[in-house]
Design a binder for this molecule. Structure first.
Ligand code: PHE
Length: 342
C-alpha cells in the first residue's frame, strides 16, 4: 500500500471511529491511538527515516497536515462532548433548595435530669465535689457502717432487695458517705447523686428512684451550718421567699436527726392542697453525722464533726413541677416528657 493510500485509510478510520464516540474518556483513548507517542500517525512519521532524504520533505508535509487535520477533528469533537457532559452533570446534581427539610422532634431533658443538674450546680457553687458510689453494695456500707447493725430495728425502715447473703441493691446513697470517709481525711464536702432501690411501689414510691446525698465533715461544723446551707438550697430551688424548718426525726447514722420542711411555695404558707393545709412541705432527711459513724471510718469525733443530708430527686421534681404520680417519671412517655424544657 503506498503512503497516500495509507493516509486515506487512516482518515477514513478516524472519521468512522469519531462517529461512534460518546464520552470524553473514549475520545481520549482514540486520540492516544492515533496521536499518542506510539500512535499510528507517530509511527508513520518514524518510518520517514527509512526513506531517501529527497523524499522526506514532501512526505513530512503530508504527514504534518494529516496530524493537524486529526487534531482539529478531535479538538472540535472534544469541545462538544465536554459541553454536553457538563450540562448533564449540572442537571444530575441540581438541588432544589426550596424543598422543605425533614423536621426532627426536639428532645427534652427528663425532669429528674433537670433537678439533678440544678442541684449539682447549686451545691457545686458552695464548693461540693461529686462522688458516685456503686449501686450494688454490701451490707457493711449500706447498713452496718451507718450504725445499723443486723437486727437493728431501723433496718425495717427500708425494704431491701438482697442479691446474696451479703450483697444488696443499695437502699440509700448514704452508703457512699462511708466510702468517702474511709478514703479521705477531712475537710470533706461531697455531693453524691445516684439510683437507690427499695421494695416499695405506689403513686409516690417506686422500687427504683434517685437520691442526692450531701456530706460535710470538718472542724467545728454545727447544725447551724446545715440550716444555713439548707436555706440557701431551698431558696435556689423553690424560690427566694421559701423558708426551711427542722423537725426532730430519727436516722441511725445521724444524731441529732432532722426532717427538713420548706414553707409551701404554692400558697406561701397559708395552706393549700399541695401542703395539705399545713403550710409546710417535707423535702429531705438530715442530721449531724453520728460519732459512731465517724469513729468507724477512722475520723476522731472529738476533733471533727459533720452533717449529712439526703433527698429524693423524684420527690423534688414532683413538688416543683406539680407531678401527681411518680410512675410518669419512669414510663418514658414522650408526650409527658416533652413538656419539660431546661
Ligand atoms: N438516707 C436517708 C434516707 O434514705 C436520708 C438521710 C441522708 C438522712 C443523710 C440523714 C442524712 O431516708
Amino acid at each position: 500500500m503506498d503512503i497516500q493510500e495509507k493516509i486515506k485509510a487512516i482518515e477514513e478510520q478516524i472519521e468512522n471511529a469519531l462517529n461512534e464516540i460518546k464520552s470524553s474518556k473514549s475520545l481520549f483513548e482514540l486520540r492516544m491511538r492515533f496521536l499518542g507517542k506510539t500512535g499510528e500517525i507517530s509511527a508513520l512519521m518514524k518510518n520517514m527515516r527509512d526513506l531517501p532524504p529527497e523524499q522526506r520533505p514532501s512526505l513530512g508535509k503530508v504527514l504534518n497536515s494529516l496530524r493537524q487535520w486529526t487534531e482539529e477533528k478531535f479538538d472540535r469533537l472534544e469541545k462538544g462532548i465536554k459541553e454536553l457532559e457538563l450540562k448533564k452533570k449540572y442537571a444530575d446534581e441540581k438541588i432544589d433548595v426550596t424543598i422543605p427539610g425533614h423536621r426532627y422532634p426536639d428532645g427534652a431533658y427528663h425532669p429528674n435530669t433537670l433537678i439533678r443538674n440544678e442541684l449539682v450546680s447549686i451545691f457545686a457553687g458552695m464548693g461540693f465535689e461529686i462522688f458516685e458510689g456503686p449501686e450494688i453494695e454490701n451490707d457493711y456500707y449500706n447498713f452496718t457502717a451507718l450504725n445499723t447493725p443486723k437486727d437493728h430495728p431501723a433496718r425495717d425502715m427500708q425494704d431491701t432487695f438482697y442479691l446474696a447473703e451479703d450483697l444488696l441493691l443499695r437502699t440509700q446513697t448514704s452508703a457512699g458517705q462511708i466510702r468517702v470517709m474511709e478514703n479521705k481525711k477531712p475537710p470533706i464536702k461531697i455531693l453524691s447523686p445516684g439510683k437507690v432501690y427499695r421494695s416499695d411501689d405506689d403513686a409516690t414510691h417506686s422500687p427504683m428512684f434517685s437520691q442526692m446525698e450531701g456530706l460535710v465533715v470538718d472542724k467545728g461544723i454545727t447544725l447551724c451550718d446545715l440550716k444555713g446551707m439548707l436555706d440557701e438550697f431551698a431558696r435556689k430551688i423553690f424560690g427566694e421567699s421559701v423558708k426551711t424548718r427542722l423537725r426532730p426525726s430519727y436516722f441511725p447514722f445521724t444524731e441529732p436527726s432532722v426532717e427538713v420542711d420548706v414553707s409551701c411555695f404554692e400558697c406561701g404558707g397559708k395552706g393549700c392542697r399541695l401542703c395539705k393545709g399545713t403550710g409546710w412541705i417535707e423535702v429531705l432527711g438530715a442530721g449531724m453525722v453520728n460519732r459512731r459513724v465517724l469513729e468507724g471510718c477512722g475520723i476522731d469525733p472529738d476533733e471533727y464533726t459533720g452533717f449529712a443530708f439526703g433527698m429524693g430527686i423524684e420527690r423534688i421534681a414532683m413538688l416543683k413541677y406539680g407531678i401527681n404520680n411518680m410512675k410518669l417519671l419512669f414510663e418514658g412517655d414522650t408526650r409527658f416528657l416533652r413538656q419539660f424544657k431546661g
